[in-house]
Design a protein around this ligand. Structure first.
Ligand SMILES: Cc1cc2nc3c(=O)[nH]c(=O)nc-3n(C[C@H](O)[C@H](O)[C@H](O)COP(=O)(O)O)c2cc1C
Length: 199
């Protein structure tokens, strides 16, 4: 079982990106993992913009991210890139803010012309934070997501299929990363036992 943080970075309270993220979170939970949501628009604006990493709410969000084994980063495409809210949060993280984590990048946008934003804007900034892997992401067209009554969401088949596939690849990478971490821990334990025996 892995702990997976989800980063929601749309300022909108009726966010289509959140609808997609919610769908992915359910898939991840169904696979037996624990999800820790980080909703950036709920962070206090002034400390966020002043890069006050010591502020309780911001420190808590950064800590939730640090403790996670993996993270799904979702953003609406704004001006052919990611949201300013996401940038403000990523700017608060240390240079190794995604160390040892597997990352799944997801974006929604209004125009298929900006499908590349996932790979030319979002992926590089995530890569700069030293993740262990960034698995293939997906761009969902806003028109593929419909908010129905009572908070229900419908995601068109054209997006649901690829989202299922990128989630599968992401979870395979998470499982591989947990195995490597467990093998490393066992190896360190063995070395410690040997050094105690020698002493
Ligand atoms: C300020 C702003 C800038 C946007 N810029 C782009 C853009 O450059 N390319 C694009 O495809 N969509 C753009 N859009 C559309 C949004 O990416 C799209 O509607 C997205 O699904 C909104 O996600 P949300 O409902 O989670 O906020 C923009 C929307 C806003 C409000």
């Amino acid at each position: 079982m892995a702990v997976i943080a989800t980063i929601s970075s749309s300022p909108s309270t009726t966010s289509r990106t959140d609808a997609v993220l919610g769908d992915l979170a359910q898939r991840v939970q169904r696979a037996g993992h624990v999800v820790h949501p980080i909703v950036l628009r709920d962070l206090p604006a002034q400390p966020l913009l002043r890069a006050d990493a010591e502020h309780d709410d911001i420190a808590r969000a950064a800590c939730a991210l640090e403790r996670a084994d993996a993270v799904i980063v979702s953003t609406p495409v704004y001006k052919a890139a990611y949201s300013g809210l996401l940038k403000a949060f990523l700017d608060l993280l240390p240079q190794t803010g995604l160390k040892d984590k597997v990352v799944l990048p997801i974006a929604t946008g209004g125009s298929p012309a900006h499908v590349l934003a996932v790979d030319y804007a979002l992926r590089p900034v995530l890569a700069s934070l030293a993740p262990s892997a960034i698995t293939p992401g997906w761009f969902v067209l806003a028109s593929e997501v419909t908010r129905l009554d009572e908070g229900e969401v419908s995601i068109a088949d054209s997006a649901a299929g690829p989202l299922a596939e990128v989630t599968r690849v992401f979870l395979d990478a998470v499982a591989g990363s947990l195995l490597v971490a467990a093998a490393d821990a066992a190896h360190r334990g063995e070395l410690l036992t040997r050094s105690v025996a020698v002493a």
